[in-house]
Write a protein that binds this ligand. Sequence first.
Ligand code: NI
Length: 216
Amino acid sequence: MVMHTEDLVAESRRFIAPILRFTEMVVGLEKTSGRVHSGANANFEKGPMNQASIFRLLCIICAVSVAWPQGTPRTPAQDIRAHFVGLNQKIMAMAKDFPAADYGYRPAEGVRSFGDVIIHIASGNIYAAKAGRGEKVPWDELNPKAYKNKAEIVVTLEKSIQEATAALQATRDERFAATLDPWLDVIEHAGEHCGQLVAYYRAHGLIPPQSRGNAK
Ligand code: NI
């Protein structure tokens, strides 16, 4: 569903108005009683809601109100495509960003190095490209020893993403009503290893690219 800007604004106002009234009511209550909330948020317990809290709350309300009217659920096809592409963008950003000298880093013996994990994820993409096209193929693991350095590994990942994305985009939407194979499995698998790469970043005292805007 496509919503025109005017509709969106009107819908946002309609949605935000009762929340604003509620906010005013809460602020009013806090001013009179000095303590409304109890429990988790200690700041609330210290006294009236301050301006920063109100600003934060309004920011959340604005974000929700923009998202709310567009709330038509994504179709399985849209969801699978969005997750596959978004996840691989994160992994690609880490692969390009991680120091070349540390590509051999592994947290313990017998565990994949940073570069090995990228090759393992690329193997999943290559499998997805073939299985997604309807080929009956087993998971075919690339040999990580065949890749000498960061440049080779990044190119391999990039190519695997291109192939899999092409297969995914060529898949007719109707197919996703019948099966999410192999995409859901491959997304879940890459998501686990994406988290592993984040841990490698942190172990190095580095912030992964996707977290830098938040400085945490
Ligand atoms: Ni794995």
